[in-house]
Design a protein around this ligand. Structure first.
Ligand SMILES: [Zn+2]
Length: 482
């Protein structure tokens, strides 16, 4: 009898041991995640539904509010604690615009931060690429007139020119006394582009518009043998608006006070539905959140899934979130920020911000690649500006983003009237959810994170080393003085 009991006990102990030994390996876990997302991803279907039922997602508009509500409800449906984080800012929105070239109406859109009201008439002066060099030969030539510039570098220009952003070209036109600026887009078939024309995010004093490539080239041709005049008329709004970041939280299982933030801006411009900028990023974040619950992922650290609003008009949502975290003394809890902006079909990772352990990412990437060789495990450490990671980066938070492998043609619709759902590839957005889930879990559950938050002095030096100081000064975001 005693022997039998002992024998049974031994068996129990042995089976208990094998039970704990059978803890899921990373490879098994990633395979399980991958299978689930391939079967159940909702990234494509929710973006489709939102595009069809809401349309564009301009911050401060009725549509924008609907998008905030839509994603809030989805997070709830997936089982999250969700909150709206409301912020109030002055935001620009377009009204009417008309452009007449020698009395003939032309298809046109207004660039962001153009005046509330404007009505100007003047001769058009061709200023080529719109770079400083294009003004210098005749510095007063554009004074009191309307500058015509190409958005990129024209074919046949001297070698080695560096292009400027549309806002910088606008700023140059203002400097040389232009009363208006017409920017020619570079995408064939009359595609029109929007986006801000202001380097600081404040309203600019002259009207700035974009016209299609063919129309623009025709005007350039006419200007070779005669003068051509333009009449630009517009109204816009710049009002205090309310918008809401949507924040879903998954509390960490071991070190809950440490937070990993994953975000993608939900807002879009209003010329189309913003399917690529940034439907594919934000709806991937939404699906990564779904996948965390569906696969019962319980990482050590807290994960915050965030839909930022106000990115397009000036990173308003992410600036607000970071400002609140500074005010509430919780900024040091944010250990990493992963940003998905126009991110699709990832094939690798980019660490922006100080990097201490590259092997961490290449090892994590190798584990992802084992699931699918579509993922090529490329890696870089480059830092840039102009998306929601920026306010975090300026506080020294390490950043992670992805290398996207999307069809080049897609980028022609950036900020344009063709950025619609037909550009979205189902496999590509599903891949973002698959590989993004593995990356995020890898970070949130890491024994030791690959980089730590930089202090203010180190961050300052980091910005200088990455040639970001000038740009931050121009944008009014340099906070360190000389
Ligand atoms: Zn974007």
């Amino acid at each position: 009898m005693k022997k039998v009991i002992l024998f049974t006990l031994t068996l129990l102990v042995i089976s208990a041991c094998t039970e704990t030994k059978k803890e899921e390996t990373q490879a098994e876990l990633f395979a399980r995640i991958d299978t689930e997302i391939l079967q159940n991803s909702k990234a494509y279907s929710t973006l489709k539904e939102a595009s069809e039922t809401i349309g564009h997602r301009l911050t401060g508009s009725e549509n924008g509010a609907k998008a905030e509500e839509y994603t809030f409800n989805k997070f709830k449906e997936y089982g999250y604690e969700v909150e709206h984080q409301t912020f109030e800012v002055e935001a620009w929105a377009r009204g009417m615009v008309a452009l007449a070239i020698d009395d003939e109406q032309m298809k046109v859109v207004t660039l962001g931060h153009s005046p509330i009201k404007s009505d100007v008439t003047g001769d058009i002066i061709d200023r080529g690429n719109g770079l400083e060099a294009d003004y210098l030969s005749d510095p007063d030539g554009v004074r009191g007139k309307i500058a015509l510039v190409y958005i990129n570098i024209l074919e046949g220009s001297p070698e080695g020119l560096t292009n400027l952003h549309r806002s910088e070209k606008t700023s140059l036109a203002m400097k040389y006394g232009a009363i208006g600026i017409i920017i020619i887009n570079q995408v064939p078939n009359g595609v029109l582009l929007t986006g801000t024309a202001s380097v600081t995010g404040a309203l600019i004093p002259i009207p700035a518009v974009c016209i299609g490539m063919e129309d623009g080239m025709a005007i350039k041709a006419q200007l070779k043998d005669k003068s051509v005049s333009a009449h630009i008329e517009m109204t816009n709004k710049s009002d205090m608006i309310k918008a809401r970041n949507v924040v879903a939280t998954l509390t960490g299982s071991e070190i809950p006070h440490e937070e990993i933030v994953i975000g993608g801006h939900l807002d879009s411009w209003d010329l189309a539905t913003g399917a690529i900028d940034n439907g594919i990023g934000s709806f991937a974040v939404l699906d990564i959140a779904r996948a965390f619950k569906a696969n019962n992922l319980q990482p050590k650290r807290t994960v915050k899934f965030i839909m930022f609003m106000g990115e397009e008009q000036g990173l308003f949502g992410s600036r607000h979130l970071v400002a609140e975290a500074i005010k509430g003394n919780t900024i040091d809890n944010i250990k990493y920020m992963m940003n998905l902006d126009m991110a699709g079909n990832p094939i690798g990772m980019n660490a922006g911000g100080k990097l201490e352990n590259e092997t961490f990412f290449t090892a994590l990437g190798a584990a992802i690649q084992k699931q699918d060789t579509v993922y090529q495990n490329t890696f870089s450490n480059r830092s840039g500006l102009h998306s929601d990671h920026q306010p975090f980066m300026l506080e020294g938070v390490p950043i992670l983003s992805v290398h996207s492998n999307l069809d080049r043609s897609i980028y022609g619709c950036y900020h344009s009237d063709c950025d619609d759902f037909n550009l979205v590839n189902k496999d590509h957005i599903t891949n973002t959810a698959r590989f993004g889930t593995m990356m995020l879990y890898g970070l949130a559950n890491a024994e030791t994170l690959p980089a730590i938050k930089m202090d203010s002095e180190t961050t300052k030096q980091f910005m200088i080393d990455n040639n970001l100081k000038e740009k931050l000064i121009i944008g009014g975001d340099w906070k360190w003085g000389e």
